[in-house]
Design a protein around this ligand. Structure first.
Ligand code: PLP
Length: 320
């Protein structure tokens, strides 16, 4: 029997029920289409190019103890990337800062993970011309999150090197914070298969690049090096350069071979989601003596001290 075009082809739940999402969402507040919403109600169209084609850029900043850390650097990067992708935002910089602060304040979180996102959006005709899509701005604040949990921060992460190649800069400019994560997710699954906790992927020349949501540093004889190519220029990575210049330590961006990173005295990863996080094992190799090293400890301690310093951080309430 053929069904008439107007008849539903299956039993659909009532609209109200379809919008009831039974999964748990982190407790947070989002902003989209001019409204502040509970996280569970922040939804986009499946026709958004951001969802269909990964045509989206975003930035993540964190709030610690009521203060945004390096918000200006995150806003600079976000606005630069919007321009690179030829997107347009309906808000200026001060308005975005206020929206982020409102999300944090409404969420009630004193320490938060805060995202600003711009997707290409959708066009009413499902046009294949990206210029016809209406760009969409979304922001949200969730409880502060970290790549490494408490135990991993204390004993150091165990990482596996995946020989999956990070999307080359000739395909996608890695300075544009993007959602092209299939390589990173593949690296993660390889790392889990190996019994490690997270992964590092390589660039087209086989040098270490970065991991899912973080940059990496190697310390050898008191000097720091971080991969120069095929990486997002992380704000935390830049912060490590800034802290090193304050402490008189040498730090540079360079090519790092897998063998070199395994032979380092200390290794740590950097991300807005967690800050500076120690690594004590890469594949089967213990890093240094297998314990969190003194350079990592010194930088971590200064990093967190800067969160209370007004020249490095901004009170959320000052932006409301
Ligand atoms: N590399 C990638 C691929 C990332 O997604 C991130 C952050 O999400 C980082 C590095 C670290 O960047 P930041 O220090 O700005 O958080």
């Amino acid at each position: 029997m053929t069904l008439a075009a107007t008849e539903p082809t299956m039993d659909l739940p009532a609209v109200e029920e379809r919008h009831l999402d039974r999964r748990q969402y982190p407790n947070g507040v989002a902003y989209m289409d001019g409204q502040y919403l509970p996280m569970s109600e922040a939804k986009i169209s499946v026709l958004d190019w951001g969802f269909l084609h990964s045509d989206v850029t975003y930035d993540t900043v964190h709030v610690w103890d009521g203060r945004f850390f390096r918000l200006n650097q995150h806003l600079d990067r976000f606005f630069q990337n919007i321009k690179r992708l030829r997107m347009k935002l309906p808000y200026d910089r001060a308005e975005i800062a206020a929206i982020l602060a409102n999300c944090v304040s409404l969420s009630g979180h004193n320490s938060a993970y805060v995202d600003m996102i711009c997707t290409r959006g959708a066009s009413s005709t499902f046009s294949r011309d990206p210029r016809e899509a209406e760009n969409r701005f979304i922001a949200f604040a969730l409880p502060f999150g970290s790549v490494a949990n408490k135990e991993q921060l204390e004993r150091g992460l165990h990482i596996a090197i995946s020989y999956t190649v990070r999307i080359p800069p000739t395909s996608i400019n890695p300075a544009i914070k993007n959602c092209h994560w299939l390589d990173l997710v593949q690296g993660l699954f390889e790392a889990y298969d190996y019994g490690a906790e997270t992964a590092l992927v390589v660039d087209t020349n086989g040098n270490i690049a970065e991991g899912p949501g973080f940059n990496v540093f190697a310390v050898k004889d008191g000097r720091l090096r971080t991969p120069a190519h095929s990486v997002l220029p992380g704000i935390t990575r830049q912060t490590v350069f800034d802290l090193c210049s304050e402490l008189g330590m040498s730090a540079m961006a360079d090519n790092i071979r897998p063998g070199e990173i395994k032979a380092a005295d200390e290794v740590f990863i950097t991300s807005t989601a967690g800050g500076i996080m120690p690594v004590t094992r890469i594949d089967a190799a213990l890093i240094g003596d297998g314990k969190v090293g003194s350079v990592t400890r010194e930088l971590t301690s200064l990093y967190w001290k800067k969160h209370a310093d007004p020249s490095w951080s901004t009170l959320v309430t000052a932006l409301l």
